[in-house]
Design a protein around this ligand. Structure first.
Ligand code: ADP
Length: 353
């Protein structure tokens, strides 16, 4: 091949790769990596850094390294699918389809990465979600229809008309909240925040989320304390992170008795920032703790309805945090209170090492 190195022991770098190949790889809508015989990454497309496949300029997946070695030894292309963690913590995974091909006599291997598995997963989640939504929408729509019929029956009795009209108003508000949350969740399922990630300051996220909850807290006479909030930056989408913290603070307010306190704090360790939201509320039993992150699951549907809950809040939190390569934890005791923790990897910028 024209761009063969004279001495195979020499290290390669991106300049050794023909510019026509670099241009082609950058133009594909897939990510790619070129690896030399020492396991070093000679070239990679921009978004590879978001896939948690590379650490210190080397492939971090032993499975993928093994596949590259087989390709180099046999000289034939191989395909495989790999599950890669989205971040250093949490269970959220990404499935990648990979094709590896030997592209030079020096043992350079080109790995093309396709996120097809992710697309299939998103499709499956969406189908399932639509079934749930239809069910959830049916109840308030039926209630609206019943109340409209009731108004027609009592049309000559103004007081009764007002009562039913108020019910319709309440149900319309609820329907509005539900639709808004459904749109939020479906947006999250569609997009990968890491594709347009920015550096986000966590103390700003917390401040904005708390500001948004100020008036419901006042109504329920709940004090929101911020305790030891440290500055820390993560990579991601600011508005999604605000939405996640907002949902936790809103729940802490909704599921606590009047006059109690909610505390928001942060803790940093091992490159992880933890955002803790603690309440002195109802608490959650062990059997329910397993299920509260499911879409539309509520421990007490009547209470959730009364506070304007949609059953989607925690599912949104879980999605946002998972998409950011983090995890959500919860500790709770009935009658004592709950603490929810969002754990996110702290952004490592080039200057940090
Ligand atoms: P909802 O819109 O009903 O609040 P979520 O998904 O936010 O839905 O929460 C699911 C369920 O988890 C709630 O209905 C409630 O029963 C329970 N829950 C959530 N946060 C708390 C909390 N801080 N204290 C007690 N129970 C909670």
């Amino acid at each position: 091949m024209g761009w063969l190195k004279k001495n195979p022991e020499d290290n390669f770098n991106t300049n050794d790769i023909p510019s026509s190949l670099v241009l082609t790889l950058n133009a594909l809508d897939r990510e790619s990596i070129i690896i030399d015989t020492g396991g070093n990454i000679v070239f990679s497309t921009e978004k590879v850094s978001m896939l948690n496949l590379v650490k210190d300029e080397r492939l971090s997946s032993q499975e993928l390294l093994a596949l590259v070695r087989v390709v180099r030894r046999t000289g034939t292309s191989r395909e495989g699918s790999f599950e890669v963690a989205r971040g250093p913590i949490g269970e959220s995974k990404r499935e990648l389809q990979i094709t590896a091909t030997l592209i030079s006599d020096d043992g350079l291997v080109l790995v093309i990465i396709d996120d097809e598995g992710e697309k299939q997963r998103v499709d499956a989640v969406r189908r399932d979600f639509i079934t749930n939504i239809s069910h959830e929408l049916k109840t308030p729509i039926q209630a609206l229809s019943l109340n409209a019929d009731a108004i027609l029956e009592v049309k000559d009795e103004p007081e009764k008309v007002v009562t039913f009209a108020n019910k319709i108003k309440l149900q319309t508000n609820r329907l509005n909240d539900l639709v808004r949350e459904i749109i939020n969740l479906s947006k999250l399922q569609d997009s990968d925040p890491m594709e347009t990630a920015q550096e986000v300051e966590i103390s700003d996220v917390i401040k904005e989320a708390i500001d948004q909850c100020e008036s419901p807290a006042q109504v329920r006479k709940i004090t929101i304390n911020t305790d030891e909030v440290e500055e820390s930056t993560v990579f991601g989408k600011r508005e999604q992170l605000v939405m996640a913290v907002h949902n936790l603070v809103e729940n802490a307010i909704n599921y606590s008795p009047e006059g109690t306190a909610v505390t928001v704090s942060t803790k940093k360790n091992d490159n992880i920032i933890e955002i803790l939201v603690k309440d002195q509320g109802l608490g959650i039993s062990e059997e329910n703790i397993e299920r509260i992150f499911e879409r539309f699951y509520r421990v007490d549907p009547a209470r959730s309805r009364a506070t304007g809950g949609t059953g989607l809040g925690l599912s949104i939190v879980k999605h946002v945090v998972g998409n950011h390569g983090g995890e959500v934890k919860v500790w709770s005791a009935l009658g004592v209170g709950s603490t929810f923790a969002i754990r996110l990897p702290i952004a490592v910028t080039k200057g940090d090492k």
